[in-house]
Write a protein that binds this ligand. Structure first.
Ligand SMILES: NC(=O)c1ccc[n+]([C@@H]2O[C@H](COP(=O)([O-])OP(=O)(O)OC[C@H]3O[C@@H](n4cnc5c(N)ncnc54)[C@H](OP(=O)(O)O)[C@@H]3O)[C@@H](O)[C@H]2O)c1
Length: 255
């Protein structure tokens, strides 16, 4: 088992990539605190993984709540005795609009979930890892965090921010035995298309961003991201730090 004896926090574990990351972490022997708002989905994950070597514990929380986000790090330590891995995966899409049509409300909400929650969790975890002797952070960014035309301006900016936090942290804490990498997925078949701002999509922005879809070879499955997360969480990737790994079937190779 590749993660035997390790403990992890995974945000956005109620669906899509986060659910599979938590699932395969537990299958590989890690104890996992699974975080999201929908408790019933988390409870289902606990049920789905009950025969695995690693134990999954549900932690219902909105990641925009700083107290809850800091609390999830404490809760993992309380439940499992220590924390080795933090996966910041929770995220939502914007409405595909260019800057001219961005509402303050959407910008704040997307940044609260996609960026500020990541900062809250990393800040708390890094303090813990400094004292415990090391740790491992994996952020789920996007190829939209490296390129300009995949989504709307708000989502694009939010994922560029996650890439920045990742690279800076990988560099700043390397000598303290703390690694920080990002996975930058391409198109993955999940529920993200039903996130709230996608319900009232900006048609002009959507038409422009969809041009790139012609270059996408296929949609990936959440499991294909989870397998990269397992590698990054394991000691096999011990010298991989500060990297943003594009996992997109070759879509971004053109860009
Ligand atoms: N799918 C893609 O094509 C794609 C591509 C590149 C990057 N990504 C990124 O991959 C990550 C995972 O997305 P996904 O595609 O797997 O989407 P998804 O199926 O919609 O899952 C999103 C997860 O985030 C959680 N979440 C959203 N808002 C939250 C909040 N305020 N508090 C706590 N949890 C919250 C959701 O849980 P609850 O609703 O239960 O809270 C859910 O578990 C996101 O960061 C996304 O930006 C996705």
């Amino acid at each position: 088992m590749r993660l035997k004896g390790k403990t992890a926090v995974v945000t956005g574990a109620s669906s899509g990539m986060g659910r599979d990351i938590a699932y395969y972490f537990a299958k590989e022997g890690a104890n996992v605190l699974a975080v999201a708002r929908r408790a019933e989905r988390l409870n289902q994950l606990v049920e789905d993984t009950k025969d695995f070597d690693g134990k999954v514990v549900a932690y219902a929380a909105d990641v925009t709540d700083k107290v809850k986000v800091e609390g999830m790090i404490d809760e993992a330590v309380k439940q499992f005795g220590k924390l080795d891995i933090l996966v910041n995966n929770a995220g939502i899409m914007d409405d595909m609009s260019g800057v001219g049509d961005v509402s303050d409300e959407m910008f704040d909400k997307v940044f609260d979930i996609n960026v500020k929650s990541v900062l809250f969790a990393m800040r708390k975890a890094v303090k813990y890892f400094e004292e415990s002797g090391g740790g491992n952070i994996i952020n789920v960014a996007s190829i939209g965090g490296l390129h300009g035309g995949i989504a709307g301006s708000t989502y694009t900016a939010s994922k560029h921010a996650v890439v920045g936090l990742t690279k800076n942290t990988g560099f700043m804490y390397a000598k303290k035995n703390i690694r920080c990498n990002a996975i930058c997925p391409g198109g993955i078949a999940t529920e993200i298309g039903s996130s709230e701002f996608m319900k009232n999509i900006n048609q002009e922005g959507a038409a422009l961003t969809s041009l790139g879809l012609a270059l996408n070879p296929r949609y990936g499955m959440p499991k294909e991201i989870a397998s990269v997360a397992v590698f990054l969480a394991s000691d096999e990737s011990g010298f991989v730090n500060g990297q943003c790994i594009q996992v997109d079937g070759g879509w971004s190779a053109y860009m």
